[in-house]
Design a protein around this ligand. Structure first.
Ligand SMILES: [Zn+2]
Length: 250
């Protein structure tokens, strides 16, 4: 068995995935255009728009270790929504077993409490989305075939990553920003799980990067810890992040 250090494996993983997708992206887009598959094309030609589907994985759905209540009920809506976009990107929470955020690695700390880490406060979570486990897989009914690329995040042991753009140190990029910029995307539509964490942080970063940002109502649900939902929606207002149904924007 070849012995590759975890660090270099994970470091390489993101790069490999990105480069693989970069190489294939033109082919994928061409395939969508030529085959015209089962997309409704109501947004066809609007190549300045991208859809980001955040963390719609088994562990965030009922039965998972960090389940969002009724989290699976948005899957069919997202399947319909993504047909309207030419650019669809997925994020996938993807942690090593010894991840810094897991309760199992912070003895004596309650789930949902916080610890101080090098980049500030970190919420303690139950172990979830451990790479290559069923919990990390996308929901079985989600039509992942529409994805132009899948961005994995949180694969470094010592940094968590809520946002699809930057890890929780607000500095380490996932590569998604460069991908969208190179495609000359102007509007970013965000859906998935969970509204008050990964969707929220993805939206904040998207707006700060300079994209017009729309979080799609009816295609996202919250974890709901304390005032997290209220604070998230207030934050959207304060920052000029739109929160509404898709039909109001395309
Ligand atoms: Zn996570």
């Amino acid at each position: 068995m070849i012995n590759i250090s975890k660090r270099s494996f994970f470091k390489g993983l993101g790069t490999i995935m990105l480069s693989a997708f970069s190489a294939n992206i033109n082919n994928n887009l061409l395939a969508h255009t030529e085959k015209n598959d089962d997309r409704t094309n109501s947004n066809f030609g609007k190549d300045k728009d991208a859809l980001i589907v955040v963390d719609l994985q088994n562990d965030f759905c009922p039965g998972g270790t960090l389940a969002v209540k009724e989290g699976d009920t948005i899957v069919s809506n997202i399947n319909e929504i993504q047909k309207k976009f030419n650019y669809v990107f997925y994020t996938q929470d993807w942690h090593p077993k010894d991840h810094i955020s897991f309760s199992t690695n912070n003895k004596g700390k309650e789930v949902f409490s916080t610890i101080d880490v090098s980049y500030g406060k970190q919420v303690i979570w139950p172990p979830h989305c451990i790479f290559n486990t069923e919990g990390a897989n996308f929901h079985k009914d989600l039509e992942v075939k529409h994805a132009n690329a899948i961005i994995r995040k949180g694969f470094r042991k010592n940094i968590d990553s809520y946002s699809g753009f930057f890890e929780n140190d607000k500095f380490t990029p996932t590569g998604l920003s460069g991908l969208l910029k190179s495609l000359k995307i102007e509007r970013v539509f965000i859906c998935g799980l969970a509204l008050d964490f990964c969707v929220n942080y993805t939206a904040i970063d998207a707006k700060n990067i300079g994209f017009e940002t729309i979080v799609i109502k009816g295609a996202t649900l919250p974890v709901n810890i304390g005032n997290s939902v209220k604070n998230t929606l207030q934050g959207f207002k304060d920052m000029g992040i739109h929160y509404g149904e898709l039909k109001n924007y395309i």
